[in-house]
Design a protein around this ligand. Structure first.
Ligand code: PLP
Length: 423
């Protein structure tokens, strides 16, 4: 498409998903206009229907109190079941492989407790050198808590000298070279800083061929990439729901456990909500896990933190993940091309290939981190919401549920102004 405002407006007019935008809250500037919001990779916008979903739970709590467990409009005891089914559809896995619970890092610790089984010479965990801090903290402290030394048991794979991205080939090479030492590979579906999408099938196969287990962090994949778990036989995965899933700050997250690990003897850190459902309320002394990912739950459902997710999942169902991805590919390509043409001082470090990126582009500016930070601050002061990640990256993600081509065009115009004002 032509790189003009006219063609952006035409693309929005022809887009069957465009009306969904009106079903989200969009922040406004001090002057009252709508902000340009390209920050759904960090916190998704609020689906307006979330308010009614939460209000419903408050009403049921007010009027039914404890009886709400069985008689709320959405009874609280089985609250989890419908959510797990819908999230499983987005991931491309079975409903009984999903538990919607806790937050991402908590789920990661729980999965490490179950799936990191160091034995003999096979004790290392392989992660990426630039992993999201929480994931690195989880893994290092998990090792220490087991009395193991991260300097010995943590392998961090860095990009090649002078590069930003890690090739799957390099990952395969480490697994071939040091596979016998590696107990677990923990890898992101989409890298949070660079926006790089990894080939999860390839990584899963290489890890399993080396005799390691493999877990994926899907924080930036779920709701962004279609069906990230469809063809992969990952052992586990974890995610949060407040980024592309728009379920609100600190919303309930989730985890995936592959069906081959449903064996009740699988070690775990248990709680009563993971007990076999039929006898859970008999208050038995011995823990007998529910079958499936549900057997990894600890506590009864955080209904108020899960209610907004229902509103958001409804929008995903209406839009359809395939149509969303199609639009996402076009939006991000439009952003990439506009930046290449209009702001040559800005370079996207995100891969160019469609299959290797989702919604997000990660932008690095000529002139060093100081100038980058000034440009970012100028954008923020002018109603343009994206984010800054140390040391020198502006992340911007047009989200197909609520961003349009006009947003993308206006963003690049603002970026041009920001660069001019901060020469
Ligand atoms: C957003 C994100 C998290 C956040 O963890 P919480 O426990 O939900 O606060 C963790 N890991 C990655 C890779 C993320 O992108």
């Amino acid at each position: 498409m032509a790189l003009t405002l006219k063609s952006a407006l035409e693309a929005d007019a022809a887009d069957p998903l465009a009306p969904l935008r009106e079903r989200f809250g969009i922040p406004r500037t001090a002057q009252g206009g709508r902000c340009i919001y390209l920050c759904g990779h960090s916190l998704g916008l609020m689906p307006l229907a979330a308010r009614a979903e939460i209000a419903q739970e408050l009403d049921d709590w007010e009027h039914l109190a404890v009886l709400g467990h069985e008689h709320a409009r959405r009874p609280w005891i089985p609250y989890h079941d419908a959510l797990a089914g819908h999230v499983a559809q987005l991931l491309g896995c079975r409903a009984d492989e999903v538990a919607v619970m806790n937050s991402l890092t908590v789920n990661l610790q729980l999965m490490l407790a179950s799936f990191y089984r160091p034995e003999g010479g096979r004790r290392a965990i392989l992660i990426e050198a630039g992993a999201f801090p929480s994931d690195r903290y989880a893994v290092t402290t998990h090792l220490q808590w087991r009395g193991l030394d991260p300097r010995e048991c943590l392998i961090e794979l860095a990009p090649r000298e002078g590069e930003d991205l890690i090739g799957e080939t390099d990952l395969e090479a480490v697994l071939e070279r040091r596979g016998e030492q590696i107990a677990l590979v923990l890898w992101p579906g989409v890298q949070y800083l660079t926006g790089q999408v990894f080939d999860l099938v390839r990584i899963e196969r290489a890890a399993h061929a080396a005799g390691a287990l493999v877990g994926f962090d899907l924080a930036h994949s779920v709701g962004n990439m279609p069906f990230p778990l469809r063809d992969s036989a990952a052992d586990f995965a974890v995610w949060c729901s407040y980024k592309y899933l728009n379920a609100g700050p600190g919303a309930i997250g989730g985890c995936f456990v592959h069906r081959r690990h449903f064996d009740p003897a699988r070690p775990r850190l248990a709680g009563w909500w993971g007990h076999e459902h039929a006898t859970r309320f008999d208050m038995p002394r011995e823990f007998r896990p529910a079958s499936g990912a549900a057997g990894f739950q600890l506590s009864n459902q955080s209904v108020l933190a899960a209610a907004p997710l229902i509103a958001s999942l409804e929008l995903f169902r209406e839009a359809g993940m395939r149509r969303l991805r199609e639009k996402s590919v076009a939006l991000t390509a439009f952003l990439d091309q506009l930046i290449a043409e209009r702001t040559p001082q800005v370079r996207s470090i995100t891969p160019r290939a469609t299959a290797a990126r989702g919604a997000q582009l990660s932008l690095r500016l000529n002139g060093g981190p100081e100038r980058g930070r000034r440009v970012f601050q100028w954008l923020a002061a002018h109603g343009t919401i994206c984010d800054w990640r140390e040391p020198d990256i502006i992340r911007a993600a047009p989200v197909p549920l609520y961003n349009g081509f006009e947003d993308v065009f206006n963003f690049v115009v603002r970026l041009e102004e920001a660069l001019r004002s901060n020469d």
